[in-house]
Design a binder for this molecule. Structure first.
Ligand code: DHE
Length: 514
């Protein structure tokens, strides 16, 4: 009888056993987020990187997925108890804390033993009109001749490249970053990889210093900014990123501010923006300001001087994403969860205006141009089919352009009257809107491959052609005549994402991302 009761209770406990979060994680999540939980294509899933994403919010992301990311919905795969179990598992600290020290970064550095720097380009194509195509489908980059569209080389990249590769100011070298923190240096003239290094465990993007000497890597994990020497990829500086009160913060993105000879950092977890000097003579960099009650004057709290000196700028809420005016005097920032954007004047170091920007504005993809002597900027929204056009003199919303669905990227060029805006999700995914920069009217909607994702545009050096990605495994880059808007050529590519023209990037062409 006792035996019977024992086996019954064993059976019952097996039948009603709580789901095992670790097992579900290994089964469903590890392929993207890594067995160690330190991140792969997906971000690291540990309390340090989940930040404010806790409890119900975290379970909702697992159940519903996340808009505009590769995070799918698990509602059909996992029962609510299983979602809760895996959420609890990833919310628990790692057995050992995730660290990635300067020594580990250095140890990861691999220089290509076969690389020999060519004295001149090894091809006859115009080195200033080279366009790179990131093919995420099989982790490669195609190096295109921007005049003939011939593929000069196709080299392997680290897995899951994200954000724009950054070129040296002379356009010879390019640096590529993957979500798991690898930075690769490639010599375009020699058509050879120079080397690579893992600068972080989970990284966001990279920025090149005004003089081409330093490359900054924005990291989520660990909460650091890694600065590498562009020469040999050795570490120049690793700075822990913490708010005034010591709270560690992930870095959402780092941008080059060439006119200011600095890097500007968007901090994800604290309401601060950082500026890091790339000028050895910089400073003093005032570490924020306080208002003096007696004199009504501003006083600096602290100051740093010289190369990599840091300045903190306080903002009302953490900002994820930035856009800059062409002289880098003002930064326009937005929080992906918020309804407004803010303008931060980098000279005085404080917010000077706010903008109505609901619907997840994607400022990093913004462009600007001159219309009747006034500079306008346009920003797509990640979850709404509209584009906000703002006057950069008085920060007025000039127009909201309706499109047929949420878009990711905008692109233009001095040599064209139009800007191109994609639709990345929704029933009209794949439509490309051609919008006139004077009238702000949609003049044409192209659907080059119905049903397929068609996104991200880049112009050639002279603006005569545009290259658009069919963002599919068996995809292609379509070359359009930018004037007649007709297809000129189609180059088969494996899930091509971003495309980057050397000239447009190194000259800071208005219509392109920097
Ligand atoms: Fe990106 C650029 C952030 C999701 C493809 N993306 C950027 C930049 C930032 C950013 C800050 C500018 C960096 C730079 O070039 O220096 N991206 C984010 C996000 O926060 C977001 C919404 C969520 C995330 O998971 O990180 C996100 N991005 C995506 C994607 O899902 C895309 C479509 C596919 C992918 O590869 O992950 C994607 N992002 C890109 C591309 C660029 C980019 C192709 C470079 C655009 C350019 O022309 O410069």
């Amino acid at each position: 009888m006792i035996r019977l009761i024992v086996s019954f209770s064993l059976l019952a406990s097996a039948a009603f056993a709580a789901p095992d979060g670790a097992m579900i994680y290994a089964d469903q999540c590890a392929s993207c987020h890594a067995e160690t939980r330190l991140g792969g294509t997906g971000p690291a899933l540990i309390p340090e990187s989940l930040g404010r994403l806790k409890g119900d919010k975290l379970e909702a992301v697992i159940a519903d997925g996340r808009a505009m990311t590769q995070m799918p919905s698990f509602r059909a795969t996992l029962a609510p108890e299983e979602v809760a179990a895996v959420a609890a598992y990833v919310s628990a600290p790692l057995a050992a804390p995730a660290v990635w020290t300067a020594d580990e970064i250095t140890a990861s550095r691999e220089m290509n033993p076969d690389y020999v720097a060519a004295p001149a380009p090894v091809f006859t194509a115009d080195p200033m009109n080279i366009t790179l195509v990131v093919e995420t489908g099989d982790s490669h980059i195609s190096v295109l001749d921007g005049d003939t569209f011939e593929v000069l080389d196709r080299f392997e990249t680290p897995f899951a490249v994200h954000g724009g590769p950054k070129f040296s100011p002379d356009g010879r070298y390019v640096f590529v970053m993957s979500r798991d923190g690898w930075v690769q240096k490639y010599d375009i003239w020699s058509l050879h990889e120079v080397g690579r290094i893992r600068a972080g465990l989970n990284s966001r993007n990279i920025a090149m210093s005004h003089d081409g000497k330093w490359l900054a890597v924005a990291n989520y994990l660990p909460a650091t900014l890694t600065i590498l020497s562009t020469d040999d990829l050795s570490i120049a500086n690793v700075r822990e990123v913490t708010g005034r009160d010591g709270t560690p913060s992930r870095v959402s993105a780092v941008y080059q501010a060439p006119d200011r000879k600095s890097f500007i950092l968007a901090l994800k977890d604290v309401p601060e923006i950082w500026e890091i000097a790339t000028d050895p003579d910089a400073g003093p960099y005032h570490d924020g300001f306080v208002h003096s009650h007696e004199a009504g004057m501003e006083e600096s709290l602290a100051a740093e001087k010289g190369l990599f000196a840091r300045r903190r700028i306080d903002v009302s809420a953490p900002l994820d994403d930035f856009f800059f005016d062409p002289r880098y005097r003002n930064l326009i920032g937005a929080n992906r969860d918020g309804e407004t954007g803010v303008v931060v004047n980098l000279i005085v170091g404080r917010e000077i205006a706010s903008l109505p920007l609901p619907g997840m504005p994607h400022l990093g993809s913004g462009i600007s141009w001159l219309r009747d002597g006034r500079r306008l900027m346009a920003v797509p929204h990640l979850n709404e089919g509209r584009i906000s056009v703002i006057d950069m003199a008085d920060w007025r919303l000039v127009k909201t352009i309706e499109t047929s669905g949420p878009g990711f990227f905008l692109r233009s060029h001095d040599g064209t009257p139009y800007f191109w805006a994609d639709v990345f999700t929704g029933p009209n995914k794949g439509q490309m809107h051609i919008i006139h920069k004077e009238t702000l009217e949609v003049v044409k909607v192209l659907t080059p491959e119905p049903g397929k994702t068609v996104a991200h545009t880049e112009f050639t050096k002279d603006g005569r052609h545009t290259l658009v990605s069919i963002w599919e495994q068996d995809g292609a880059v379509i070359v359009f005549d930018a004037k007649t808007l007709t297809e000129v050529k189609r180059l088969p590519m494996v899930k091509p994402s971003g495309k980057y023209n050397v000239w447009n990037k190194i000259t800071f062409e208005d219509g392109t991302s920097h």
